[in-house]
Design a protein around this ligand. Structure first.
Ligand SMILES: Nc1nc2c(c(=O)[nH]1)N[C@@H](CN(C=O)c1ccc(C(=O)N[C@@H](CCC(=O)O)C(=O)O)cc1)CN2
Length: 288
C-alpha cells in the first residue's frame, strides 16, 4: 500500500490558527505586540521567497514584522552594527538573519552577535548549549518542525531507530540531539550519517524513522528504505523539474508507511516554528 502523505502545510495552518489566539491573548494581557526583525542581505532568490513567506505568516497570526534589506556588498561591520541596534531595541523581540549570507561575511560571527534572548532561530551557541542540556530557551525551527510533525501525527519515537542523514548545524546536528533527549518526540536511538558513513544504504535500512537533510535532489532511493518506515524529507532542491526533496518521492512512497512531500512537508513547519519562537521571545521579555 502506498505511504500516507504527511501534510505539513495543513498542520502548519492549524498551528498558525492556535498561535493567532495566543497572540491576541498576549497583546490583551501586556499591551505589547510581538515583533520580529527580518534581516535579508543580498538577493538570493530562494532567501527572498522564504523571508517574504515568513513575513506573511507573521501577519496572519498578528505578529509585527520589520524588514531590513541590505545590499549584497554589505560588510560584516555594517551587519554587526545593525544587529547591535536590534539587540538593544526593546520593541523587537526576535531577530531573524536569513542564511546564507554573502561570502565576505563570517556567518558564525553574525549569529554569535544576535542576543540569545532574541535568537528565534536558536543558532546562538548559548541556545544550542541549553537545547543540548534539555532546557531550551528556543528550539531550532526545522528540527522543531519535524518533531512537531511526528508528535501531532501520533508517530511514536520512543525506543525507535531514527537515522538522520546530514549533519548540518541548522538541521541534522540539532535534530539528532533533540530526538535522543527525553520527552515527546524524543527518547529515540539516533544514528547520524554523513559523507564518510560507510555503506549508507545498510544504515538507512535500519531506520524506523528516516530523516533526510543532505541537500541533494532525490538522494534517497527506495532500496535505502526499510518497508514500513516513516520518511521525513527536509530537502528543498530547485531543479529543472521544479522543487524536489532529498528523497525520490515516487519510488519511496511505495515502500514507506508515511512520507513528507516537497513542497508542502517540512518547509511550512519550519516557518511556523519561527512564529512560535517569536511569541516565546516576547513572553520571556515581558517576564523579565
Ligand atoms: N535564518 C535561517 N536561514 C535559513 C533557515 C533557517 O531556518 N533560518 N533554513 C533554510 C531555509 N528556510 C528557512 O529560512 C526555509 C526553507 C523552506 C521553506 C518552505 O516553506 N518551503 C516550501 C516551499 C517554498 C518555495 O516555494 O520555495 C515547502 O517546502 O513547501 C521555508 C523556510 C536556509 N536558511
Amino acid at each position: 500500500m502506498p505511504a500516507n502523505i504527511l501534510d505539513g502545510k495543513a498542520l502548519a495552518k492549524t498551528i498558525r490558527e492556535e498561535l493567532a489566539v495566543e497572540v491576541v491573548e498576549f497583546i490583551q494581557q501586556h499591551e505589547v505586540v510581538p515583533s520580529l526583525a527580518a534581516v535579508l542581505v543580498g538577493e538570493d532568490p530562494a532567501s527572498e521567497v522564504y523571508v517574504r513567506m515568513k513575513r506573511r505568516d507573521c501577519e496572519q497570526v498578528g505578529i509585527h514584522s520589520v524588514m531590513h534589506r541590505l545590499p549584497e556588498t554589505t560588510t560584516q561591520d555594517e551587519l554587526l552594527k545593525l544587529i547591535g541596534e536590534l539587540n538593544t531595541n526593546a520593541s523587537i523581540h526576535g531577530i531573524l538573519v536569513q542564511l546564507p549570507l554573502p561570502g565576505q561575511i563570517n556567518e558564525q560571527a553574525i549569529l554569535d552577535a544576535v542576543s540569545p534572548d532574541k535568537d528565534v532561530d536558536s543558532f546562538h551557541p548559548t541556545n544550542v548549549g541549553l537545547m543540548v542540556q534539555g532546557r531550551p530557551r528556543f528550539l531550532p525551527c526545522t528540527p522543531s518542525g519535524v518533531q512537531q510533525l511526528l508528535i501531532r501525527e501520533g508517530i511514536e519515537t520512543s525506543g525507535k531507530n531514527v537515522v538522520v542523514v546530514g549533519r548540518s548545524e541548522i538541521v541534522g546536528k540539532p535534530l539528532s540531539v533533540m530526538m535522543g533527549l527525553r520527552g515527546p518526540g524524543g527518547d529515540a536511538t539516533v544514528t547520524i550519517c554523513h559523507s564518510r558513513t560507510k555503506d549508507l544504504p545498510a544504515v538507512t535500512r535500519e531506520a524506523d524513522i528516516l530523516i533526510v537533510a543532505i541537500g541533494k535532489a532525490n538522494f534517497v532511493t527506495a532500496d535505502m528504505v526499510k518497508p514500513g518506515a516513516v520518511v521525513i524529507d527536509v530537502g528543498v532542491n530547485r531543479t529543472d523539474d521544479g522543487l524536489v526533496g532529498d528523497v525520490d518521492f515516487d519510488a519511496v512512497k511505495e515502500i514507506a508507511s508515511q512520507l513528507t512531500p516537497v513542497p508542502g512537508g517540512v518547509g511550512p513547519l519550519t516557518r511556523v516554528m519561527l512564529l512560535v519562537n517569536t511569541l516565546t521571545a516576547a513572553r520571556q521579555a515581558q517576564a523579565k
